[in-house]
Design a binder for this molecule. Sequence first.
Ligand SMILES: *Cc1c(COP(=O)(O)O)cnc(C)c1O
Length: 348
Amino acid sequence: MDLESLVRPNIRAMKPYSSARDEFQGDARVMLDANENSLGSAGPEQFNRYPDPHQRAVKAALATLKGVAPGQIFLGNGSDEAIDLLVRLTCVPGQDRILILPPTYGMYEVAAHLNDVHLERLPLTADFQISAEATAQILASEAKLVWLCSPNNPTGNLLHAAAIEQILRGFRGLVVVDEAYADFAAAPSWTTRLAEFPNLVVLQTFSKAWGLAGLRLGMAFASPAIIGYLNKIKPPYNVSEATQQHALAALHDAPRFEQLRHQLLAGRDWLAARLPALAIVAEVFPSDANFLLVRFRPDATAVYDYLLARGIVVRNRTTQPGCAGTLRLTVGTAAENEQLLQALRDYK
Ligand SMILES: *Cc1c(COP(=O)(O)O)cnc(C)c1O
């Protein structure tokens, strides 16, 4: 892979915005360089200063936790920001293309359309793995990016590591492995393989196992060269001071993270053990995530509407390729899981 040839020429050539916080980083007594309000803030808390554009404190804590260097970390306003920036970094609108493997996360497609980038769909197999045919097409493709979601949303399964590795070795573009659900999976993260693959980008998020979806904080891990380009094109203050402070506190609360993770895994196992006994359940797909994809008979949408009428909202995936008759059920609290199961038992 030649990174420079993957990056859009205008981005290679451009000079990034240099913020007041880039140009002066020391501890001055009088800060009159950024048109902030030195008097204070409206509201209960002080947020009158711009945040660290490089999120150094959060990255230092994350680097230790993940076993990577701070220079291998990009932080964004949710993974969604990283997804959009990766498309914009590499794809010339109206010209370049990206590859997705449906059924998968919808934001890859939205980011392609938003940026006027061609999209090629290489469907997963019936058991939601990468087919030999798809692998061959990826390896032969001139696309700038391929999105691999593992564990995959909405199917819940990990993609086979051997197939991902083959793509990492042979594809000429960037290989983005979206690990939003990695904390629920019994497999090592691809962040452990970054040194081997200069074309690898791993996405993770604070929205799932960390329980911080409302905060909007996503992570990308890659070579310092790729991370440097993402930092070059991001909005300078893309992660707020409130988010940085809260994320730092969360990272220092590892026991709570572990407790949440284990409770969700127990809830997943509890539901997975009971759902197959229901007459309306045709199949519960194996999950390495915090949700279960379930095939219902005879009519999943009728089950969806019934649950909604009982005040329980799940995700209807019936129109996704390979997902006919399925609903995606997020694992909730023990009480929510019981309500869901009881409602499904009562379905007539
Ligand atoms: C939930 C999810 C994300 C997280 O997105 P955020 O913007 O970080 O909340 C990313 N990728 C996939 C596949 C997801 O399901």
